[in-house]
Design a protein around this ligand. Structure first.
Ligand SMILES: Cc1ncc(COP(=O)(O)O)c(C=O)c1O
Length: 372
């Protein structure tokens, strides 16, 4: 069991709780940090260690800087792209989510920043990106993209699409930013390594901070060095808690001792097994089900065809709510949006029990779910 309450946790803090609720290795790192001072107002050893671990793992990250959230990492990365290129626009994707101030599930969301300077295209649609760049390419500072749309429905980017973004940004002189806040956990070098597409900048967050408040952005040395305060004409990037001692130590221990290549492969394999079992259970009952996502993150859609972008999602909010509430009653905590996030604490027994409960859900609410 991965939780001390009545529910087995398949939400895992929206993927940030990758190491489980009370991983002893993470807790020991935090306790030891607590005993040695939590506030220095300057660089410290844990920060250097985490930075080095990140640069070792992500081949495109030559330098990294820390901040306090994924939202902040994305806003700074977009700002840096604008400053470095001298261009005003950023192209993002309809249905993308880069944080509370950059929510493109609703491009007009009231709290979104820089609204006039954003342009949007359809995810996984190279032609649509080309259409936007034909018009705005010379003014475009960057394309920002999740290599797997997380909040937008667990929709995996097509490798050819992501590679085309690399080519198109190179051609028009814009930067390519990968938001790997969620997907960094898929392999030691993130989804970019699995797809072999190298962005100019990468943003990180969630689980890489060991379960504590975290954000980071990194990439090409010539870009990140522009923020180095020791250089003449540096662009200011500051933040009181950017190198929060507890995050830096938990993040470092997590990456170096817990998120090993074997552990990541094992949890991805558990996700694969779970995906297969859930699809089987639905098939036997002739219910429409597709499961997006990758490895340890599964995204359920009660529909026959896998969506390539959020506009192709036909699963209704009511079906999602039904799934969420019924699974809660059966003892499983999943996010309302229909994803299942495994953690390193998720066991085979947890997954088997989930499959059984899911079969019960399909049987009970068959009338509300489409036929497969
Ligand atoms: C892909 C992606 N980017 C950025 C963020 C924002 O991170 P934070 O909540 O730490 O601001 C999220 C959060 O869900 C996310 O899923």
């Amino acid at each position: 069991m991965s939780t001390g309450t009545a529910n087995i946790d398949f939400t895992n803090d929206m993927t940030a709780g990758f190491y489980g609720h009370s991983n002893p290795v993470i807790l020991a790192a935090i306790r030891s940090a607590l005993d040695n001072g939590i506030s220095f107002g300057g660089p410290h050893a844990h920060e250097v260690a985490l930075a080095e671990a990140i640069c070792r793992r992500f081949t495109s990250i030559e330098r990294v800087r820390f901040c306090n959230s994924g939202t902040e990492a994305n806003l700074v990365a977009m700002g840096l792209a604008r400053a470095a290129t001298g261009r005003p626009l950023v192209l993002a994707f309809q249905g993308g989510y880069h944080g509370s101030l950059a929510t493109y599930t609703n491009v007009e969301a009231p709290l979104n920043v820089d609204k006039q300077q954003m342009r949007f295209a359809r995810y996984n649609d190279e032609e649509d990106v080309r259409r936007v760049l034909d018009k705005f390419g010379e003014e475009t500072a960057a394309i920002i993209v999740e290599p797997m749309m997380a909040s937008g429905g667990g929709i995996l980017g097509n490798r050819a699409f992501l590679a085309a973004l690399r080519t198109m940004t190179d051609k028009c002189g814009a930067l390519l930013i990968f938001d790997e806040v969620v997907t960094a956990r898929f392999s030691p070098g993130g989804l970019q390594d699995l797809f072999q597409v190298r962005p100019d900048l990468t943003t990180l967050g969630k689980s890489l901070g060991g379960g504590i408040t975290f954000g980071a952005f990194g990439g090409r040395a010539d870009l990140i060095d522009r923020l180095d305060p020791s250089r003449p004409g540096a662009i200011l990037h500051s933040g009181t808690f950017n190198n929060n001692v507890l995050t830096m130590s938990a993040g470092h221990i997590g990456l170096t001792e817990m998120a090993t290549i074997h552990a990541l492969q094992a949890v991805n394999a558990s996700g694969g097994k779970l995906r297969h079992s859930l699809l089987e259970v639905a098939k036997v009952r002739r219910k429409a089900l597709t499961i997006g996502g990758y490895g340890s993150i599964l995204s359920l859609h009660f529909q026959p065809a896998e969506p390539r972008n959020p506009a192709e999602i036909t699963t209704t909010p009511t079906q999602r709510k039904l799934f969420h509430l019924d699974m809660l009653l059966r003892g499983f905590y999943t996010p309302r949006r229909g994803t299942i996030n495994l953690s390193l604490a998720t066991t085979d027994e947890d997954c088997e029990a989930f499959v059984e409960a899911f079969a019960g859900f399909l049987d009970q609410f068959s009338a509300f779910l489409p036929r497969g």
